[in-house]
Design a binder for this molecule. Structure first.
Ligand SMILES: [Zn+2]
Length: 241
């Protein structure tokens, strides 16, 4: 049994059902998800029935069909639009985040009639700054993506994770320790989503999750990894699809 990770913000929405599933567990039968390519492409759920019908890294749920993303160390971002009762699942690694996939998901929900302050966002299990070393040169393109300061998104010293259940990543390149969930939060707030509406579950796939969760850990130890599915849907309304 894997560990069940919950979002306090999403749990408070009675019309939403969601899961950050453990690595290796199959998603719901009727789920829609795209063929993910670290792009900024966001589509409606019907474009990915059956799953992987088209390339996309964000998917909007219009009815009660669950929409999902599969990740290892990238961010699974689940969004609930309280205004229109739509939902979205976004695959946001560093590359896709810089390409603008989160902004695109917010924009698409708002084009359909929502407003950023109606959105509730949960950032699920992903590699955390305790284990995510990047070359310092990466800070330049990342900084160009934000109008505000980048300083709170990275650390010179590796943060210690008191909740780790296995050793944290060992630095290999004298780089910096990057906080991808914090970058996503900064981008979302610049897109108008209130900070109080954004939750980071703070669950590191490298040092906290069940075995086989981390792509990067597999790179270091050849320990194997499996995708984890994160999905969200509107409750009820089965007749809508
Ligand atoms: Zn970690």
């Amino acid at each position: 049994m894997g560990i069940r990770v919950r979002s306090t913000l999403l749990d408070a929405l009675e019309w939403v059902e969601y899961a950050f599933q453990p690595a290796g567990e199959a998603p719901p039968d009727d789920v829609a998800y795209g063929h993910q390519r670290h792009s900024a492409i966001v589509v409606d759920d019907e474009a990915n029935v059956p799953p992987k019908s088209c390339e996309s890294d964000g998917i909007i749920g219009l009815g009660a069909r669950p929409v999902a993303v599969y990740t290892a160390d990238c961010l699974p971002v689940l969004i609930a639009d309280r205004q229109q009762r739509r939902v979205a699942a976004v695959h946001a690694g560093l590359k896709g985040t810089l390409a603008g996939v989160l902004d695109r998901a917010v924009a698409r929900l708002c084009e359909a009639g929502s407003t950023p302050d109606a959105l509730v966002v949960a950032i699920g299990p992903a590699i955390a700054p305790c284990c995510y070393e990047l070359g310092e040169e990466m800070l330049t393109p990342i900084a160009q993506r934000l109008s505000g300061p980048l300083a709170h998104c990275w650390h010179r010293e590796q943060p210690r994770n008191a909740l780790a259940v296995r050793p944290q990543a060992i630095g290999t390149q004298h780089g910096i320790w990057f906080n991808l969930p914090q970058l996503a939060t900064a981008i979302l707030t610049e897109a108008g989503v209130p900070a109080a509406n954004i939750e980071n579950v703070g669950f590191c796939t490298y040092c906290m999750a069940e075995a086989g969760s981390s792509y990067r850990r597999n790179t270091h130890f050849n320990s194997g990894y499996q995708s984890r599915f994160s999905w969200i849907r509107r409750r009820g309304d089965n007749a809508l699809f």
